[in-house]
Design a protein around this ligand. Structure first.
Ligand code: FEO
Length: 393
């Protein structure tokens, strides 16, 4: 794809990866992704903001073919989907200086084996002049690595935010269709930003000092209405949990499924929203996204090999790693002769500052007493949600 115009001095270059379906050998990409780089031409100097995934190095070099000189390559973030083409760009523009945080420099040297003398590291608040344009660097750690900076151009009121506010969404549109981008942006936040909610809240506050007209992230479309994505982040990061239960489960011989269906029905009767996910068919991103705002997680699992089903282990591990704003956790499921299912699952969720409901584990197919225990659990969830959320629940 040729360069696309953001303003008369800024172009969107880089690559749209329409066909990629897995990121980091881990994260599903139902909508593909993009690796956005930007060319900023000042009256005296030219800067490239970020590069691309190594797979698209040739695309970037072709886009830069007509550029006579490059003074700076800003590496907002060291991860290889943005830095991977740096060595090739440096080869083409050997006098260009790599601008990044001090910590980013060390990471880029480790990841790409670049020489020390290519670097011109910057500190929080530093600026570089391109003539009639200025690049101002703001240290915003943990979106989602510790070294990340974002780059602000005051004359354009433009923020190059790298992964922050990004979305895995392949599109030919330069600017976001808000209805289309909301879910990929939320999914992206859930997958990699959510564990750092507290720091991200501070980063959002830090950006309040800047007048921003356009946000240009390194994945997905740009935002011509920055308030849209900043407000969404504020809600995801610090909004109150919702009167909702996320219920990932797996069932082998129908016992756990019957329990799940009963509990879902009991919760809905009590006015508690539920999202039920069969773990054998739910991708990681979908589950991560479902964990963004509910007050309660209930995990459903049979007992296998004397412990939880591996799919339930995966869900517990994921919830523990992502550290969502959950307040309560329940475990329901089944066994035939014993096991340590509940102990193993609760032992895996130590990061979560949650209150545990009394587990409901039934022997074989559920009987009347098991269904009563599930009704009791639904009562308990409603009562806790009311305590937490007041009239909202
Ligand atoms: Fe898009 Fe953290 O790299």
């Amino acid at each position: 794809m040729k360069a696309r115009i953001v303003s008369d001095k800024v172009s969107l270059i880089g690559a749209v990866d329409w066909d990629r379906r897995l990121f980091d050998s881990l994260i599903p990409l139902p909508d593909g992704t993009s690796y956005n780089a930007y060319l900023v031409r000042g009256s005296e100097k030219t800067a490239l903001i970020d590069t691309v995934d190594p797979k698209f190095t040739d695309v970037l070099l072709e886009q830069l073919a007509e550029v006579p000189a490059l003074d700076y390559i800003v590496a907002n973030h060291a991860e290889q989907d943005h830095s991977g083409a740096l060595p090739a760009v440096l080869e083409r523009f050997p006098k260009a200086k790599i601008v990044c945080s001090e910590r980013g420099k060390g990471m880029l040297i480790d990841l790409l084996h670049l020489d020390d003398d290519h670097f011109a590291p910057v500190a929080d608040g530093d600026s570089l002049s391109l003539g009639d344009l200025t690049l101002k660097f703001v240290y915003l750690p943990w979106v989602h690595w510790p070294e990340t900076i974002v780059t602000y151009v005051p004359q354009e009121k433009l923020l190059f935010s790298c992964d922050f506010f990004g979305s895995h969404l392949a599109t030919s549109d330069v600017y976001a269709d808000e209805g289309r981008v909301y879910e990929p942006a939320k999914r992206y936040y859930a997958e990699i930003m959510m564990p750092f909610r507290a720091i991200i809240e501070k980063n959002l506050e830090k950006l309040q000092a800047y007048k921003i007209k356009t946000i240009a992230p390194s994945h997905g479309p740009l935002y011509a209405n920055p308030q849209f994505i900043m407000e969404a982040y504020r809600e995801w990061v610090s909004g109150a949990p919702k009167n909702k239960v996320v219920l990932p489960y797996v069932s082998m011989h129908d016992s756990t499924r019957r329990m799940v269906e009963h509990l879902v029905s009991a919760l809905v009767e009590r006015g508690v929203a539920v999202e039920q996910y069969d773990l054998t068919a739910t991708d990681l991103g979908k589950l991560a996204m479902a964990l963004v705002d509910p007050a309660t997680l209930v995990l459903g699992t049979p007992t296998v090999l004397a412990g939880p089903h591996p799919q339930a282990v995966f869900a517990a591990y994921l919830a523990n790693a992502l550290k969502p704003k959950l307040k309560f956790v329940g475990i329901i499921g089944s066994f035939s002769w014993g096991g340590k299912t509940v102990d193993q699952l609760t032992g895996m969720m130590g990061n979560l500052k949650v209150e545990l409901f009394e587990p409901v584990m039934c022997k074989g197919l559920p009987r009347a007493a098991d269904y009563q225990a599930l009704d009791h659990l639904a009562d308990g969830i409603l009562s806790k949600h009311r305590e937490l959320l007041g009239a909202q629940a």
